[in-house]
Design a protein around this ligand. Structure first.
Ligand SMILES: Nc1ncnc2c1ncn2[C@@H]1O[C@H](COP(=O)(O)OP(=O)(O)O)[C@@H](O)[C@H]1O
Ligand SMILES: [Mg+2]
Length: 438
């Protein structure tokens, strides 16, 4: 397969630093310093799939380059470097109309490569796949060999253990089929609250291989993922490691597991086996929190049914509410509807919370207010908002969420939070388009 060319319009030092890794990943990075360079490049080459632009310095230059990417029949997605604070203020959450992406410093060549991979997938382009990549992943994790070898000496653990229901940890999924609604924000801060304030043993799992950022948001950028661990196990012909062995300790009482850092080579994550492994992990924790990728693929369908509760974050806007209604109906078809709990995120913006609740027709667990750049800055600094801004009102909202969740779980039944919405499903779509808050 031919290499996809990447126009690289960051300063030369960045180009030099990233060039070899991008090349090893199967791309052909081509430096373009000026708008003329870029124009010439696109005139000479018809295989440029992505352009990396520098929004840190000269915004006029970015605009000019961006226009060139869309002239003369071109429609090339841009990956744009932005200062972290600007990115925080851009309110990109939930955008689905564009294949452009943004990132900020610090970044690694590897992170750039994954972003480009993901952009090509989203834009429908065939991503570059080099046969050597599997070997590279295995080689990169050779340092973990001693742990794997030690494990191989032990008798292989069964993937599913019989669990005493009263002993096992509770499993809480955070899901909405729409992106940018607060799933990761809720997952991270809920996990941190359960660990730090309630002193539970918590496993937080990032199941989002495309846009997941749980681990870097908690200051752990380069974790060994479950896909990498199992790939290694398969190559060595040994039993798949249990999740508690692969998860990385973050701080006392909180372990983090990332299913995969890339959408490629996830064949090893057979949905039924992942679900069984996650089910087994409940024995080692009080809480297992899963931040899911927004889709209805086989992995999510296998995981949904493990949930004691499924938290559905919703922002008060029509597209997000429609996504929640769609999920409510899917959950009803899967006979899981009574496990769903609504969290209205950014509750003080857009459609009024009462109308959101009425339209969606699920019991409300909590409302979280808009917190400006609080959550964004926290994840940028690698520390949860629970720690960076313990006194903030939004963190107080998370405390309320956790208290109600514990109450719901201790009731032993699904649903029944005493917050049943006034209207049922019937007419909810009509209600959705009812009055908006001013
Ligand atoms: N209540 C809130 N106030 C301010 N910013 C928020 C809030 N909830 C989420 N965000 C920000 O919105 C963006 C998208 O949230 P995220 O949790 O990543 O969504 P998802 O996981 O559903 O894609 C992030 O930059 C996050 O920091
Ligand atoms: Mg997310």
């Amino acid at each position: 397969m031919p290499r996809a060319a990447v126009a690289f319009a960051l300063p030369r030092a960045d180009f030099v630093a990233a060039r070899d890794d991008l090349f090893a990943a199967g791309y052909e990075p081509l430096h373009a310093e000026t708008a003329d360079d870029l124009e010439r490049l696109l005139g000479n080459r018809d295989d440029v799939r992505v352009a990396i632009l520098d929004g840190e310095n000269d915004i006029d230059l970015v605009l000019e380059m961006y226009a060139i990417l869309h002239e003369d029949g071109h429609n090339i997605p841009a990956l744009i470097l932005m200062p972290p604070m600007t990115l925080g203020r851009m309110s990109l959450g939930g955008r689905s109309d564009s294949t452009d992406e943004y990132f900020s410093r610090p970044f690694t060549a590897e992170s750039l490569r994954w972003r480009i991979d993901a952009m090509l997938i989203r834009s429908g382009d065939v991503p570059v796949q080099e046969p050597v990549v599997v070997d590279q992943i295995v080689a990169a994790h050779a340092m973990a060999a001693h742990a794997v070898a030690a494990h191989a000496m032990a008798p292989a653990a069964p993937i599913v253990e019989a669990l005493d229901e009263s002993q096992r940890g509770r499993l809480v999924i955070v899901f909405n089929p729409k992106g940018g609604v607060g799933k990761t924000t809720v997952s991270i801060n809920m996990a941190a609250t359960l660990q730090r304030k309630k002193h539970f043993r918590v496993l937080l799992v990032d199941c989002d291989a495309v846009t997941g950022h749980v681990a870097p948001s908690l200051g752990l950028p380069e974790l060994r993922t479950l896909a990498e661990a199992w790939l290694w196990d398969h190559q060595k012909g040994i039993a798949e490691e249990a999740i508690a062995q692969v998860a990385a300790p973050h701080s006392p009482g909180l372990d983090i597991l990332v299913l995969s850092a890339t959408p490629f080579h996830t064949e090893v994550l057979v949905p039924a086996r992942v679900a069984a492994a996650i089910a087994a992990a409940r024995a080692a924790y009080d809480f297992v929190i899963l931040d899911l990728h927004p889709d209805f693929g086989p992995l999510n369908l296998a995981i949904f049914e493990l949930a004691d509760r499924i938290i559905v974050p919703v922002t008060p806007d029509v597209p997000c509410m429609l996504a929640a209604i769609q999920f409510r109906d899917v959950a009803a078809a899967l006979e899981l509807r009574d496990r769903l709990l609504l969290v209205i995120n950014r509750a003080d913006s857009g459609i009024s919370p009462a109308n959101v609740e009425r339209a969606i027709g699920l019991p409300t667990l909590a409302r979280i207010r808009s917190a400006g750049s609080l959550f964004y800055r926290a994840s940028d600094s690698g520390i949860s908002a629970v720690e960076t801004a313990p006194g903030s009102k939004a963190v107080g909202d998370i405390d309320g969420l956790v208290d109600r969740l514990l109450t719901a779980l201790s009731s032993g039944e699904h649903g029944g939070l005493g917050l049943q919405p006034r209207a049922g499903i019937v007419g909810s779509v009509r209600a959705l388009f009812g009055r908006r808050a001013d």
